[in-house]
Design a protein around this ligand. Structure first.
Ligand code: HEM
Length: 381
């Protein structure tokens, strides 16, 4: 039987005011729903099935080249072979002390006893400083912070000309970094940006456009995701003093704990696919060429897999956690993101006896294209 697909308005003010609650209600009522933007999959099994079938659910969703995000098999595997080594354990271990120093300095400078916004005063500056340290882009932190704000506002506005202008501005930031290295003569700095310039693909140096695209995917989206992820984690710690105290005594459990906090309130909402053939999902038929949204945030709260979505159970839920995706496009930056988040939270816990919600100041939820929190007022003791 081919049932009509229910409709919804994912960017209506009502949905944006309560993304998590809406996804919970949608998931309980229907496996998928349609809007003029495409069809959204809400349930864990359907999201995993689509992400695991790149032949039917292609990532080539826009005309713009995005390496490796929008590339399908077989070409995709070669790009991942090139990209994944940048996140190898030895590189992450070498970077960790430098990121740790950044986190400790940032936390040391935060006021005690006053209201601190965990997103704009911890998450965003930490994400930008850690990423610029990793890539060797020191000195442009303020430029990147103001770009992040412009990018978010442009995406929310839905104005294509504005988003295109912001994207072009970011490409220019990247090209300036590439020029700086090319002009630095025989001894460019040793960092991943220089390494990418020296990398070959099929025996040839990479096209400038591909280098820019790779660097864009390592920075543009992920600065926002990291900042938002820290907001979610700090909010969880502030509102769950028992978990906070446990982690103070057992910091070795931080990586698993952070993954679980992000599962409960995943700030990385959706990724797109386009169907290459007619495909059946439950009682519904999607025609070839349908734009599909994999809703990670909803799938990560699916009662069929996790029981009570709010229940904090790091070990039990780890195997099904979709915060970093699944399938061939699963996040290559996961080791970096995890290291950065662990280092930041460890610095916060080590430098304070307690993190509490700031009395009398309400937190504010974030809206599409991100989830989690826009403002998380906390008080550090
Ligand atoms: C908390 C932080 C992060 C979250 C929640 C996150 C989440 C994700 C998810 C869900 C995907 C799957 C996309 C899909 O299936 O279409 C993905 C892919 C990707 N992520 Fe991350 N990510 C984070 C941080 C990072 C960082 C720090 C980097 C790099 C520096 C990175 C680079 C990428 C790239 C390049 C892809 C595309 C992989 C491919 O298409 O093969 N991410 N990420």
């Amino acid at each position: 039987m081919n049932k009509p697909i229910p409709t919804w308005e994912p960017l209506s003010p009502e949905v944006l005011a309560d993304q998590l609650g809406t996804y919970d209600r949608m998931r309980a009522a229907c496996a998928l729903a349609e809007s003029p933007r495409g069809v959204t999959l809400f349930r864990h099994a359907d999201v995993v099935a689509a992400a695991s079938d790149p032949k039917t659910f292609s990532s080539a969703t826009s005309a713009r080249r995005a390496v490796p995000n929008a590339i399908d098999p077989p070409e995709h595997a070669a790009w991942r072979g090139l990209i994944d080594p940048f996140f190898a354990p030895a590189h992450m271990a070498a970077l960790e002390p430098r990121v740790s120093a950044i986190a400790q300095a940032l936390v040391a400078a935060l006021p005690r006893g006053a209201v601190v916004d965990a997103v704009s005063e911890i998450g965003a500056p930490f994400a930008v400083r850690a990423q610029t340290e990793w890539l060797g882009w020191q000195g442009i932190e303020d430029e990147l912070l103001s770009w992040m704000a412009d990018n978010h506002a442009a995406t929310r506005s839905g104005d294509r000309a504005r988003t295109a202008a912001v994207a072009a501005a970011f490409d220019e930031i990247i090209r300036a970094q590439l020029r700086r290295r090319r002009e630095s003569g025989a001894t460019p700095p040793t960092d991943p940006t220089t390494a990418l310039l020296a990398t070959t693909f099929d025996g040839h140096p990479l096209d400038e456009a591909d280098i820019v695209s790779i660097l864009r995917n390592w920075t543009a989206g992920d600065l926002g995701s990291l900042a938002a992820a820290l907001g979610v984690v700090v909010r969880f710690l502030a509102t769950h003093p028992d978990v906070q105290q446990h982690l103070r005594a057992h910091p070795e459990g931080l990586a698993a704990a952070i993954d679980e906090m992000l599962r409960i309130d995943d700030p990385f909402l959706v990724n797109r696919r386009v169907t290459t053939a007619d495909v059946r999902i439950g009682d519904h038929e999607l025609a070839a060429g349908t734009r599909v949204y994999l809703n990670w945030t909803s799938a990560n709260r699916d009662e069929a897999v996790f029981g009570d979505p709010e229940a904090y159970q790091p070990e039990r839920n780890a195997p099904d956690n979709l915060v970093y995706g699944v399938g061939i496009h699963a996040c290559p930056g996961r080791p970096l993101a995890t290291m950065e988040l662990v280092v930041a939270v460890r610095a916060l816990l080590q430098a304070t006896p307690s993190i509490e919600p700031a009395p009398g100041v309400e937190p504010v939820r974030e809206t599409y294209p991100l989830g989690g929190w826009r403002r998380v007022p906390v008080r550090l003791r």
